[in-house]
Every structure is written in structure tokens, then in C-alpha cells.
Design a protein around this ligand. Structure first.
Ligand SMILES: NC(=O)c1ccc[n+]([C@@H]2O[C@H](COP(=O)([O-])OP(=O)(O)OC[C@H]3O[C@@H](n4cnc5c(N)ncnc54)[C@H](OP(=O)(O)O)[C@@H]3O)[C@@H](O)[C@H]2O)c1
Length: 293
């Protein structure tokens, strides 16, 4: 039995779709755990076992995880309270142990041990909790940045024609979220026993200026990148109304990129899925109108 947590989120739904449609896993072999079972009525109708579960309620989570052999733990999304996610993830790992799950897979972060992203320690801490848990095996899916992250910032930048960046010439080996979900589904359904770490990137890496040039070409709108110091970027976001703690998180993304935290193309995506990841230019063509707003 394959279990997916966070099943109603973008990544969870895409993973479930790949299990069912790409990998042809029978619906009866899939458990979907979510805080909002009502959002997954369409999967329940197909025969997926949809269960309620919240990482803030460990005891109920043990019941929700019962019967699962392999479990994909999708990282939660609360960026406003540092450290909270790690506690949630640790509760989920303990619940998996107690429920007798054999293998846990986790959506981690590229270069988690050296990343300058402010919440990287939460991913590393979760990896360590999984490594020291009483499980038969684990798979750490160290995901690069989603192409979809461009929706945070690029529409506003296109509106003004200027993108402020502190990422310098750092390269980003980003990848479509749907491809990362496909890789997670493939790893989940592989049945591979043991201890694995995959770094999942796109097929190419780009500087911020190169990304802006491709966005500009796809949307037919001008977009100039202006490099600013990290502190200037943070203050600019705060002046534009972004709460200070969140501005620090976003600024750490550029800091990380400048320091090489998102650089380096790997072949792990193809190794897991057998296919090439979607090219950035192809994704841009499909999403240009939405990015242009
Ligand atoms: N690599 C990247 O570029 C990147 C970008 C954005 C996010 N992420 C990470 O990847 C995760 C999945 O991305 P996404 O696009 O699917 O985000 P999303 O659509 O915002 O989904 C948020 C996820 O968090 C889960 N969640 C939140 N609180 C929870 C709790 N208390 N207990 C259990 N689950 C909880 C949700 O599950 P339910 O609502 O179904 O319970 C859902 O799966 C994010 O949560 C974040 O950690 C990575």
C-alpha cells in the first residue's frame, strides 16, 4: 500500500495523478491522507482510500497511517513560524514508525546541508529524523526549485519592467513541480528497498538574468534585472508591504542562489522516471500568459 500525505496540496494531487495515470497503480493500493478529505471526493470515487490526518495530531496520524507499506511525507507549508515544520515532520515520522510503515520518502531541499535558504535546517532536521527512525528504508527526494516559484514575483516584475535581485550570477537548476511529483510517484511505487538520496533538478541551469531574458521573450514584455545588495532587497520588500519575517525568508532564496545552493544539473530525475524533465522553455510557453497577468 502506497500512502501520500498532504494529499490535497498541489504536489500531493499531482503525485496521486501520476500514481494512477502514469504508473497505473490500482486505486485500491493507494491511501491519501489530508487535512481536507472533502477536497478529494473525486479520488475516493475512483477507489483511493482517502483518510483525515494532520501532522499536529500525532495520535490520530498513527491510525491514518495504518496499513501503509511505503509513505511519501510531503513537507508542510508554514514559513511564518520557524521550526514548526520540523516538529510537524518529526511527528509524522514517529507516527509512521508506530504504524509499522517500512519505507518513508520525503520531499527535501537541494543541498539541504549547505543551503542558505532560511528554512533549510528544517529539511536537514527532518532528513536526520528519518535516518535515525526505526524504518526498513527511506528515500530523500532533494527537490530543486519549482518553475512555479516564478509566480511569486515575476508578474509584478513584468508589470514594472524591473526585477530586483541579490542572486548575482548564481545558477538555478529549476524544474516543473509536476515533474518532481512524477519522480516522487516513481520512487514511491518502485518498491526499491534501502536508503536513497536523489537530487532532482531540471535539465539545465540558468542565472537570474538568463531566466529574465527567457521570460521576456516568452511574454513579449521587457524585463531588466537590477542587482542589489541582500539587505537592500530585504528592505525593498518590507517597503512594498511584505512582513519582515517573510521578507527575510524570500531574501534567503537569493542569497542561496548567489552561493550556488540551486546550481548543478543531475541525472537523478531521468534515473527515477526514465524520461527527461520538461524543458524550461516549454514550460514558459505554456505559462507565459499567466505570468504576464
Ligand atoms: N521546491 C520548491 O520550489 C517548493 C516550492 C514551494 C513549496 N515547496 C514545499 O513542497 C511542499 C508541497 O508543495 P505544494 O506546491 O504542494 O504546496 P501547497 O499546494 O501549498 O501544499 C501545502 C501542503 O502542506 C500540507 N500541510 C500543511 N499543513 C499540514 C499539516 N498540519 N499536516 C499535514 N500536512 C500539512 C498540505 O496538506 P493538506 O492540505 O492536504 O492536508 C499540502 O500538502 C510545500 O508544502 C513546501 O514544503 C517546495
Amino acid at each position: 500500500m502506497y500512502l501520500v500525505t498532504g494529499a490535497s496540496g498541489h504536489f500531493g494531487q499531482a503525485t496521486l495523478a501520476h500514481l494512477l495515470n502514469t504508473l497505473k497503480v490500482p486505486a485500491g493500493n493507494i491511501i491519501a491522507v489530508t487535512r481536507s478529505p472533502e477536497k478529494l471526493a473525486h479520488l475516493k470515487a475512483k477507489g483511493v482510500d482517502v483518510r483525515a490526518g494532520d501532522f499536529n495530531d500525532e495520535a490520530a496520524l498513527v491510525t491514518a497511517f495504518k496499513g501503509a507499506t511505503r509513505l511519501l511525507l510531503i513537507s508542510t507549508d508554514d514559513l511564518t513560524q520557524p521550526g514548526r515544520r520540523q516538529k510537524q515532520h518529526e511527528a509524522a515520522v514517529r507516527a509512521a514508525e508506530k504504524a509499522g510503515v517500512a519505507h518513508v520518502l520525503y520531499t527535501s531541499l537541494q543541498k539541504a546541508e549547505s543551503s542558505a535558504v532560511s528554512f533549510a535546517p528544517e529539511h536537514l532536521g527532518t532528513e536526520n529524523a528519518i535516518k535515525s527512525a526505526a524504518l526498513k528504508g527511506y528515500t530523500l527526494l532533494r527537490n530543486s526549485w519549482y518553475f512555479e516559484n516564478l509566480f511569486f514575483g515575476i508578474p509584478q516584475a513584468l508589470a514594472s519592467g524591473t526585477q530586483y535581485s541579490a542572486a548575482g550570477n548564481g545558477r538555478i537548476a529549476h524544474i516543473a513541480r509536476d515533474d518532481l511529483a512524477r519522480a516522487a510517484a516513481a520512487a514511491l511505487a518502485s518498491g526499491q528497498e534501502g536508503r536513497f538520496t536523489y537530487t532532482l533538478t531540471g535539465a539545465a541551469e540558468y542565472t537570474t538574468a538568463e531566466i529574465a531574458a527567457l521570460v521576456s521573450k516568452a511574454t513579449a514584455k521587457p524585463l531588466a534585472v537590477v542587482q542589489v545588495p541582500l539587505e537592500g532587497l530585504t528592505q525593498g520588500m518590507i517597503a512594498a508591504g511584505v512582513p519582515a519575517p517573510l521578507a527575510a525568508v524570500f531574501a534567503s532564496f537569493d542569497d542561496n542562489t548567489a552561493k550556488g545552493g540551486l546550481s548543478g544539473v543531475t541525472g537523478d530525475y531521468k534515473a527515477l522516471t526514465g524520461v527527461e524533465p520538461q524543458a524550461f522553455e516549454t514550460w514558459l510557453t505554456k505559462n507565459a500568459a499567466a505570468l504576464a497577468g
